[in-house]
Write a protein that binds this ligand. Structure first.
Ligand SMILES: [Ca+2]
Length: 312
């Protein structure tokens, strides 16, 4: 099936140019209780629609009643209904009850339940086996599937040889790199996985932390004027009628820009780690380290304007 035939037209926003080298993207999301994942998925799909990258699959690393049907329904509204979805069926222990998923699952979709999606690790392995060009992985949720990929012999080799960068919304770095944030620290599953992934992952990792996204608000009524827009529906169902912190859409936009100056960040380089018991993140500064976290160089409103271009 050619998913491009099903693709909505979306015009390249001003200031963006199609890169000379194709970019292949895999997206991991918890698609859990927070509506900011929905905003992030919209940007990933629209960037694909206008040729900035090729989004080849979405892995869902939280598992709730409507995870796959609601994700598939939202992707369908974005013209990406035939994208493969993977899910971690064991990830039922993060808690929460998201009304936005039930709302979105009422929209047309072709994957009726979680069992109709592929296994998350199997999907990563399948897509990475097939990938010819360097792949970038974007992660806006829990890291246990990436940790399993890293612990798998073929997965480790792909991370070393095929994945040029792992972009993660995770951690809280504002106090000299020490802090606690949900994606690392939510539950024993995420804590252990974070510790393992950061210690063993052979590709570079760029982190966008809690402190970056928290004060940047997206999805205000003026940004998305139509209340029947599925993204706006998700924001309203989440209770974020006046907008929401922009952790996940900022991570996708950072990866999309792929240029720290243009994206509005400086980086701090070194070695990030997570305590497997507490989920606390730490950072050892080293200019030659494989990890970096980003620090904003502009006022929050500057990022809000950039996000609004993609979300409207
Ligand atoms: Ca998320």
């Amino acid at each position: 099936m050619d998913m491009k035939n099903n693709r909505k037209q979306y015009t390249l926003p001003r200031g963006y140019a199609v890169p000379e080298q194709n970019r292949t993207i895999l997206l991991g999301t918890d698609w859990w209780t927070d509506c900011d994942d929905v905003a992030a998925v919209r940007i990933a799909c629209r960037a694909d629609a206008c040729g900035l990258w090729r989004l080849t699959g979405v892995v869902c690393n939280g598992c709730m009643e409507y995870s796959v049907p609601s994700l598939n329904a939202f992707l369908t509204t974005e013209g990406c209904g035939s994208l493969p979805i993977g899910i971690d069926p064991d990830a039922v222990d993060f808690g929460g009850k998201p009304p936005y998923q039930k709302k979105l699952a009422a929209l047309p979709h072709s994957l009726p339940d979680n069992a109709s999606a592929e296994d998350a690790l199997a999907l990563y392995l399948r897509l990475l086996t097939a990938a010819q060009t360097p792949v970038e992985i974007l992660e806006i949720g829990y890291p246990q599937v990436l940790a399993a990929l890293c612990a798998h012999p073929d997965g480790y080799r792909y991370l070393a040889e095929k994945v040029s960068c792992l972009w993660m919304m995770a951690g809280n770095w504002e106090k000299d790199g020490v802090g606690t944030e949900n994606n690392f620290a939510r539950a024993p599953r995420s804590r252990k996985a974070s510790a393992y992934l950061l210690e063993h992952c052979p590709c570079p990792i760029v982190f966008l932390g809690w402190e970056v996204g928290a004060p940047v608000i997206s999805g205000r009524p003026g940004d998305i004027p139509d209340d029947t827009d599925p993204l706006r529906m998700a924001f309203i169902a989440h209770g974020s009628t006046n907008g929401r912190s922009s952790w996940d859409p900022m991570l996708v936009l950072l990866a999309l820009e792929n240029d720290m100056d243009k994206a509005g960040y400086e980086v701090r380089r070194g070695y990030a780690s997570v305590d497997a018991e507490t989920g606390e993140n730490r950072f050892r500064y080293d200019e030659n380290g494989p990890h970096c976290y980003v620090v904003k160089t502009h006022p929050d409103a500057w990022y809000e304007e950039k996000l609004a271009v993609w979300l409207k």
